[in-house]
Structures are given as structure tokens and as C-alpha cells.
Ligand binder design. Structure first.
Ligand SMILES: Nc1nc2c(ncn2[C@@H]2O[C@H](COP(=O)(O)OP(=O)(O)O)[C@@H](O)[C@H]2O)c(=O)[nH]1
Ligand SMILES: Nc1ncnc2c1ncn2[C@@H]1O[C@H](COP(=O)(O)OP(=O)(O)O)[C@@H](O)[C@H]1O
Length: 404
């Protein structure tokens, strides 16, 4: 077998002239996947340019406007589009900031297939591309009053540059010491329900009569800052995260006894007696599920706090044998502002439209997509970036240097 053919992306700078009824007023590209043509276009007006997607279903001879999940690229001057793996289109935007130029429009991934099935409509989903990997998030669950918050605070205090907390949304009222945006995003049920419908949440659950949920942004913002994300969520939420594309470590904190749990809830004094009794009723089912459902990788008993904290640190590799330096935060990619993109196996060659001008490392860049991870509804990580010795007469990938 020879090399896979090199093929160039159609940068359809000229408007479609074949009678298609396109809504776009700017710039568009088209990509065929099976019997569908995905047309990605920008609608420019003076202040903003937004990206939109239309699908031409060749078998039915019909245009379809799909449900678009997630948030795509915002301000840009044009884009290149390349089909990867027959299930997602890589969109490289022109003139965007380095942290906002690589996007993936998923058209037939597992996530999109599930969403299509659930909604009965045509669905596509955006995922932002990010260089390198993030550390596995840590999901901590356990009944109310078991000490999850206490343990997480200890961890964040001892390793402030290493861990970041995923700030959940909730419809419950704030406690007196709780700050909006720090402990929770306190929100209205109707707003949260709309955001859930719009695909902005990784998971959500009704807990003790209130709605709680982890937004995709809450987890990704921590990972983008180079920190390891900690989620404090209930067992139903942990189950949803387990079923999602997020690869995490799952830890269940159990109490020495329900009587001790009740004692702690009374001592904390943040709930009414009625609320405490509701939490205790739920606790019994949570403890049973936590210990037997197979969701959790580790179960820790929080009897003596210091001992439990030491055990937690040990299983997170914080017993002095591993580096506690944070990973560098994810860096952007300096792409030429106007470029053409082509695909060679698992590498995307991005060449400046004006070779020889400016910074050589900006003229030709290779994006290695062989180790991509994650995807919609979260970020797509694992993108590796190389600079290429500029040679305007060749598409050769010789002389490439990994950009750190
Ligand atoms: N599924 C899910 N559960 C959450 C989330 N945030 C908090 N929880 C859980 O909701 C429950 C109640 O939390 P909270 O009202 O802070 O009370 P506390 O656990 O008694 O401190 C706890 O089990 C939390 O782990 C979330 O985003 N998703
Ligand atoms: N091992 C422990 N022994 C005794 N009290 C504890 C222990 N761990 C936590 N607590 C206390 O129990 C109460 C509930 O802990 P908290 O961290 O708020 O639980 P959660 O976040 O799981 O609801 C707090 O007042 C906390 O100081």
C-alpha cells in the first residue's frame, strides 16, 4: 500500500453558484460525509461574524438546518475545513486568537448519534480543540455531611496551584458563608433547565429537591488553567460522568455510620431539622449505591479526618513520590492569519497564503491529530503542534519541530 493521497480542502471563497439556497452572507466551505454535504458558513455583519451550519441531504434532495449543540468559533475572517475519521470536521479559523482557532464540528460521532436519537432531529456539535492533555479530573461523591467539602478544602489549601474546583450550578439557596461563583453558581431553575437543554451541562441531577449540575465550562476552565479539576457531585451525577466522554478518577467517601453523619449535619448547623432528615433518608440509598454500583474506583471511610485526608492524598499520588508542579496551562497556536490546510495521514499541514513573510514558524504549521481525546460536549484535547521548515514548492513534512 502506498501513501494515502494528499488532498486539499476546498476553501470555497467564491460563493456557491449552483442554485443552492444558502443563508450565508459571508464565507463558506462544504464537506461531503456519506450522502450529506455539510456547508459551514459565516454570517458577517459590521460587528460580529457567527458561524452556521446547513446540511444538504443528497438522498432526499433537501436542505436541513440542524440543531447545533455547544458553542462554535466566534470572531474570525474565514476558515478551512477538513474531514477527520468520517465523523468530525476540523475547522481552522483565520484571524482568530491563538487559543480560539481550532474547532471540531462533530457530525457523526457517538455523542452526535446519541443526541440525534434522543431528539429525532439532525444534530451537529461543536468542540474546541486544545493542545496537549489535561490531568484526569477527580470526582468526589458521598452523602451530605460526610466531609467531602472539608476534604476538598484541605486539598485545595495544601496544593493551591495543582487543583481547581469545578463550580457547579444549583437552584438551592446559598448558605450564609457561600459566595456566588465560588462555592456554586446560584441560579434559577428555568435558566438552568434551558442551559441543560442547550447541551451546556456535562451532568445534572435532582438532589434533596434541588437541581444541581456541572457545566462543561466549569470543568474545562480548570483544565485550561493547567490544574486538575475536582468535582463534588452526588452519586447520580457520578454515574452520568462515568457514562460521558470525561475520563476521571471516581472516589466515594463513606461515613463510619449513619449516626455519625447525623451528628455532623447537626453540628454543621446549615440545614433545618426537616432538611437534615431528608438528607439522611437519601444518604442510606447513596451509601448502598456508592459501595456496590461499580461506579467508584476507590472508597474511603471518613472516620478520622486526618487519616482519611492522608489516604486521599496517597491515592492521588500526593505522597511525596510524584511532582506536585502544575502542568503548564494549555497554550494557543500561532497560525498564519490566512492559510490553506491539507491533510496527510493524521497530520494537517497549515500553510500561509503569503509564504516567506513574517515569522517562519507562522508560515507552516503541522497539527498532529493522531492522539485526539475527548470531544463534544467537552473540549477535544491531545492536539500536537509542529513548525515546518518553510518550503513553498513542497508539501513535504521533513524538518518538523515540535512546538512546546
Ligand atoms: N449531580 C450533581 N450533584 C452535585 C453537584 N454539585 C453538588 N452536588 C451534590 O449535591 C449534594 C448536596 O450538596 P450541597 O447542597 O452543597 O449540600 P452538602 O453536600 O450537604 O454540603 C451533594 O451530594 C453534592 O455532592 C453537581 O454539579 N451535580
Ligand atoms: N472526620 C470527621 N470527623 C468529624 N467531623 C467531620 C469529619 N469530616 C468532616 N466533619 C465535619 O462534618 C461537617 C460536614 O462536613 P462537610 O465537609 O460540610 O460535608 P459534605 O461536603 O460532604 O456535605 C462539617 O461541620 C465538618 O467540619
Amino acid at each position: 500500500m502506498g501513501e494515502a493521497p494528499v488532498f486539499y480542502v476546498e476553501n470555497l471563497k467564491d460563493r456557491f453558484s449552483n442554485g443552492f439556497n444558502l443563508r450565508f452572507k459571508g464565507f463558506e466551505t462544504s464537506i461531503d460525509v456519506g450522502d450529506k454535504t455539510f456547508v459551514i458558513g459565516s454570517n458577517n455583519n459590521d460587528s460580529i461574524s457567527s458561524i452556521e451550519v446547513q446540511i444538504y441531504d443528497k438522498s432526499r434532495g433537501k436542505w436541513v438546518i440542524p440543531t447545533v449543540l455547544g458553542t462554535g468559533p466566534k470572531r474570525y475572517e474565514g476558515h478551512s475545513a477538513i474531514l477527520l475519521n468520517e465523523d468530525r470536521i476540523m475547522v481552522i479559523t483565520w484571524g482568530s486568537t491563538p487559543d480560539d482557532c481550532i474547532w471540531f464540528l462533530e457530525v457523526d460521532t457517538e455523542y452526535v448519534k446519541q443526541q440525534k436519537k434522543a431528539s429525532g432531529t439532525e444534530v451537529v456539535a461543536w468542540s474546541k480543540g486544545v493542545r496537549g492533555d489535561a490531568e484526569k479530573p477527580v470526582v468526589i461523591s458521598g452523602p451530605s455531611g460526610v466531609g467531602k467539602g472539608t476534604l476538598i478544602n484541605m486539598l485545595m489549601k495544601e496544593f493551591p496551584t495543582m487543583f481547581g474546583f469545578s463550580v457547579s450550578h444549583t437552584t438551592r439557596a446559598p448558605r450564609s458563608i457561600e459566595k456566588n461563583g465560588v462555592h456554586y453558581h446560584f441560579t434559577e431553575r428555568s435558566i438552568m433547565e434551558k442551559d441543560i437543554k442547550d447541551g451546556k451541562f456535562l451532568e445534572f441531577a435532582s438532589v434533596h429537591g434541588n437541581l444541581y449540575g456541572t457545566s462543561i465550562e466549569a470543568v474545562e476552565a480548570v483544565a485550561d488553567s493547567g490544574k486538575r479539576c475536582i468535582l463534588d457531585i452526588d452519586v447520580q451525577g457520578a454515574k452520568s460522568v462515568r457514562a460521558s466522554s470525561l475520563d476521571a478518577v471516581f472516589i466515594f467517601i463513606s461515613p463510619p455510620s449513619v449516626a455519625k453523619l447525623e451528628e455532623r449535619l447537626h453540628l454543621r448547623g446549615t440545614e433545618t431539622e426537616e432538611q437534615i432528615q431528608k438528607r439522611l433518608r437519601n444518604a442510606k440509598a447513596e451509601i448502598e449505591q456508592g459501595k456496590s454500583s461499580g461506579i467508584f474506583d476507590h472508597i474511603l471511610c471518613n472516620d478520622h479526618l486526618e487519616k482519611c485526608y492522608d489516604d486521599l492524598k496517597k491515592l492521588l499520588g500526593l505522597d511525596g513520590t510524584t511532582s506536585t508542579n502544575p502542568k503548564p496551562s494549555s497554550k494557543g497556536i500561532n497560525l498564519p492569519s490566512k492559510h490553506a490546510a491539507s491533510k496527510i495521514n493524521n497530520k494537517i499541514l497549515v500553510k500561509s497564503e503569503t509564504p516567506g513573510s513574517g515569522n517562519p514558524s507562522k508560515n507552516s504549521i503541522v497539527l498532529d491529530v493522531s492522539l485526539l481525546k475527548g470531544g463534544a460536549p467537552s473540549r477535544t484535547r491531545g492536539l500536537n503542534v509542529y513548525s515546518v521548515d518553510p518550503n513553498p514548492f513542497s508539501d513535504s513534512l521533513n524538518g518538523i519541530h515540535k512546538l512546546s
